[in-house]
Design a binder for this molecule. Sequence first.
Ligand code: NI
Length: 196
Amino acid sequence: MPSFSGHSAAMAIRKISRMGHSVLRTHALAVEDPGSPEIARLVQDMIETLADADGIGIAAPQVYEGLRVIIFHPPQDHEEDAEEDPDLEEDETAPQSRADIIAEPLTILVNPEIEYLTDDQEDGWEGCLSVPGLRGLVPRYTHIRYRGVDLSGTPIEVEAKGLHARIFQHEFDHLNGTLYPQRMTDLSQLVFETEV
Ligand code: NI
């Protein structure tokens, strides 16, 4: 985590844009200076907004900033290990509590890029702070590599599978004007979370 001690301005919870607003349909712009105070402030606000909303990840367009910045809590490593180890008798269908996910540190990515490491996709349930109250079954690539830089401009490169890869793809889509319902292949699986 970068230190924000040089920035004394108080953090702020921002309003979250909702499906239908043009900022969510727009290709976000690359950040020219990831180390600028303006980007640090934006990320501070995204962190506070994400925590307030009990979310797993958020992209800058969701706080009305058309810039290529995403933050998310990667899932715990043991889940990814479990997927690779057939001897582990962990119940893969067990719902993962948000508390498990949120316990992990936050990933901050400026100007992220994606590389697909497989053609395989799998369906999984997603929600989105910009599509409140709904859940949808969304196909995502199961194995990716993502790159970006942090707030000090240091390169980040991570290989991700499963839920970790899914979370990145969801947030990355926000930077290209895409919401998860647009990725769905069966809209009968778009449901109110209160009905599940
Ligand atoms: Ni979202």
